[in-house]
Design a protein around this ligand. Structure first.
Ligand SMILES: Nc1nc2c(ncn2[C@@H]2O[C@H](COP(=O)(O)OP(=O)(O)OP(=O)(O)O)[C@@H](O)[C@H]2O)c(=O)[nH]1
Ligand SMILES: Nc1ncnc2c1ncn2[C@@H]1O[C@H](COP(=O)(O)OP(=O)(O)OP(=O)(O)O)[C@@H](O)[C@H]1O
Length: 735
């Protein structure tokens, strides 16, 4: 059988996988990589596990046909062109896998009342187990030291164990994030429960179409948060706002809002965030105003929706200007996204994009590629930095599929044979028993499949065939102390034969970034390679949050300012806090958090704490602003307290003509615009995420004068008006 090769011609972002962009490697160059796989045609028809539609929490979504609403019209979102999409498949290939050691356990896990889960990338993650064999969710597996195997719940256990101390302290400093169900801010800054009364309304009769009710009931089946009064009310408002609007697929626009909100609920977002998720497009795409949302839901929801709208605007600007294709600017963009908006607005934007990517099929191929490229450049790094590994992997895999369909098909067909969920499950069980026998206690024992895109990047980066990648199946063990690491390593090597030359002792010889862990590769079941990582909880914290944080490791050799690091760290805390606290009722029964208390409590780290951050870094850190000059967009970095004048000076427009109070351009058209408003005061301080537009350089005449001149020319007959055509085609120069 002919061995297909991967043609390498497109570009994953260097900022995410520190892999050379495939586009930097010529197609069919010497670095073509053999996959030893079946042909891509057979790939596409085979039932690859990688081709299972992976929908995370969406696996038990009601079928779109049940809510299909016939209309041929489509609505184009203002904030994000993708807003006009919806595809009834609603799900797509992801190389995240759901594997369940006990099928009965797996099938018994219902999506209903899905517990919120932490969003952190880490040894374990979860989302609901698919209902029905063909729909599985991204999933990792873990075992606690008490031996209980957890699927969704296990995630909570490990994170609770590792981070509860941080979270508990974070709670005290982040009261701002309380659910509006209990605490809604009024415009005067007061908080009260007064609005709750207003929120009570009769759902019956509010919905003009039966599908609307079905949508809500479907969401409620998926997650109990959709019974929350604020969420139901947001659903109702979103329905009113988007009534009659359709996606390109012909499905109701509301469905996209609901699915975005479900994605958020599945990672543990609270009612405020889920409500904002439902309303996320209303400012851009409907008659609803900020004030209305503010008055109806309070400041928190309104600010989040506004934050998402701003992010949509910026991402559209970036997409149109291809800004994020430049590494430095992309990096600034990512930081700006995190810094300018509440991290939860970024979460909502990510959920919105994930659902849009899952339904990309409705767009023409050229647009699919454009959005996939932007997603890889902007949104995947954001998900990576926030530590939402399940979304990151799904976004990556979807981008991979649209940007490099041939490579994707080849690789996924190969993986039909390689991925073996049961292999990891059985390895986890075997090691667990051996650890018990050897009296080695542990905090977390977890396993994961490497994602399709991650495998692809690694093949390219290291010039490997797929068979040479040894960590497609991996398990990770977190133990109490260093001694246990080595004891556990011996146990692993007694269980399975070691692959020579693959043992790495980063405990005795830490990596330059401080990363510590023991790595070994063994020949596991069926003599397939299995990577085992063993570390202590402190080493793990360092690997997740410290200098050796996984997101930085994945982004490669980029240099980050301390500001960038602080922003990312802060955003990660906020997001984790958000999701952890929402799971309070779930977490109480799990784990002994105190046994793994982090070195110092969040948010007041000690000076030398490796996980420290400065909460108010925004005030001293640089400011990133979007500058649009001659219709070109760039992301500029300025020191704190810089003004509009500083920006003008940088671009060579800070001449006396601009700065003198007497010679400030009188004409509005000639003034720089700050967030769409003409600037009167050039000493205005720039803020993170500001958009500064510079008008075309017209040295002496204002646009008004030009208009007057054109009018004069017209009056003098130098401008001809043709007798036919549309208004826009009627005026032309007469030679
Ligand atoms: N967080 C974090 N994880 C790391 C770091 N370095 C390595 N890892 C993890 O350890 C795994 C294997 O790293 P190594 O044993 O050094 O292997 P390698 O030389 O990069 O290449 P392979 O052996 O081909 O995987 C990676 O896939 C990561 O999961 C780091 O600096 N930070
Ligand atoms: N052996 C393992 N057991 C459990 N989780 C792992 C293991 N190796 C990596 N992970 C986790 O799996 C997630 C996905 O990692 P991924 O496989 O994409 O990259 P990586 O293994 O960290 O790096 P690379 O591709 O450079 O080898 C990360 O959260 C990572 O920490």
């Amino acid at each position: 059988m002919a061995v297909p090769t991967i043609a390498l011609y497109a570009s994953p972002p260097s900022s995410v996988c520190s892999t050379p962009h495939p586009c930097q490697i010529n197609s069919h160059s010497s670095s073509d990589y053999e996959l030893n796989s079946r042909s891509s045609s057979s790939a596409s028809s085979s039932a690859s596990p990688t081709q299972k539609p992976i929908v995370g929490g969406l696996s038990c979504l009601f079928s779109s046909s049940s809510v299909r609403h016939s209309s041929s019209s489509s609505f184009n979102s203002g904030g994000d062109e993708l807003g006009s999409l919806w595809h009834e498949r609603g799900e797509d290939l992801s190389s995240s896998f759901c594997y369940s050691p006990y099928s009965s356990l797996g099938s018994s896990l219902k999506c209903r009342d899905q517990s919120p889960v932490s969003v952190f990338q880490g040894p374990v993650s979860c989302s609901s187990v698919g209902v029905g064999s063909s729909r599985s969710s991204p999933m990792r597996i873990s075992r606690e030291r008490n031996g209980d195997l957890h699927l969704s719940a296990s995630f909570r256990v490990s994170k609770e164990g590792l981070f509860n101390g941080f979270v508990r302290n974070a709670l005290e400093s982040c009261l701002d994030y309380d659910s509006p169900s209990f605490n809604i801010s009024h415009s005067n800054g007061d908080s009260s429960t007064g609005l709750l009364d207003e929120l009570t309304f009769n759902m019956e009769g509010n919905f003009s179409e039966p599908y609307v009710k079905e949508l809500l009931l479907g969401a409620q089946l998926r997650h109990k948060i959709f019974y929350d009064e604020v969420v139901v009310k947001a659903f109702y408002e979103a329905e009113k706002a988007h009534r009659g609007q359709m996606r390109a697929s012909g499905d109701p626009y509301l469905q996209h809002c609901v699915e975005t909100a479900i994605l958020l609920a599945m990672i543990g977002a609270n009612p405020t965030v889920v409500a904002a998720g439902l309303l996320h497009d209303t400012l851009d795409d409907s008659f609803i105003s900020y004030d209305y949302i503010f008055g109806t839901f309070g400041a928190r929801v309104a600010d989040l929706v506004e934050g998402v709208s701003k992010l949509s605007h910026l991402s559209k600007l970036a997409r149109e200007n291809n800004t994020a294709s430049k590494t430095v600017e992309a990096d600034r963009l990512h930081t700006m996204f995190l810094a300018m908006a509440d991290a939860r607005a970024v979460l909502i934007k990510l959920a919105d994009r994930l659902h849009n990517m899952m339904t990309l099929e409705a767009l023409p191929p050229a647009k699919q590629k454009r959005f996939a490229k932007e997603t890889l450049e902007i949104f995947v790094p954001l998900a990576n930095r926030l530590g939402i590994s399940s979304w990151k992997e799904r976004l990556e895999n979807l981008c991979f599929k649209h940007l490099y369909p041939d490579q994707h098909d080849v690789l996924s067909s190969k993986l039909v044979k390689s991925f073996d969920e049961a292999r990891i499950t059985s390895a986890v069980e075997k090691l667990e028993q051996a650890l018990k026998d050897g009296a080695v206690s542990y905090h977390v024992l977890s396993g994961r499949h490497k994602s399709l895109y991650s495998i692809y990047c690694k093949m390219i980066k290291k010039k490997l065939t797929m068979d040479q990648i040894h960590d497609i199946h991996g398990i990770r063990l977190i133990v109490e102390n260093e001694e246990d690491c080595y004891t556990a390593l011996n146990i692993v090597h007694e269980l399975w034969p070691e692959v020579p030359g693959k043992l790495k002792d980063y405990i005795t010889h830490p990596k330059f970034n401080g990363y510590q862990s023991l790595h070994t590769v063994v020949m596991g079941e069926d003599m397939a390679p299995l990577e085992v990582q063993i570390r202590t909880k402190e080493m793990h914290l360092q690997a997740e949050f410290g200098f050796a944080a996984h997101w930085r490791y994945k982004e490669g050799d980029s240099e980050y300012s301390s500001f960038v690091l602080q922003m990312v760290e802060w955003a990660r805390w906020v997001v984790t806090w958000q999701c952890e606290t929402m799971a309070k009722e779930q977490t109480s029964s799990f784990g002994d958090a105190d046994s793994i208390r982090p070195p110092c409590p969040f948010p007041s780290h000690s000076d030398d704490c490796p996980y420290s951050y400065t909460p108010h870094c925004i005030q001293d850190g640089p400011v990133f602003v979007i500058m649009i000059e001659n219709e070109k967009m760039s992301v500029q970095e300025f020191p704190a307290s810089s003004t509009v004048m500083d920006l003008l000076i940088r671009v060579g427009r800070g001449s006396l003509r601009w700065s003198s109070p007497y010679r400030f351009p009188v004409k509005e058209e000639l003034r720089p615009r700050l967030n769409r408003e003409p600037v009167d005061d050039l000493t205005l301080k720039l803020k993170m995420g500001d958009v500064v537009e510079l008008t075309p350089t017209i040295p002496d005449k204002s646009l008004t004068e030009y208009r007057e001149e054109i009018q004069r020319m017209y009056d003098q007959g130098r401008l001809a008006v043709s007798g036919s055509g549309t208004a826009s085609s009627r005026v032309g120069w007469r030679s």
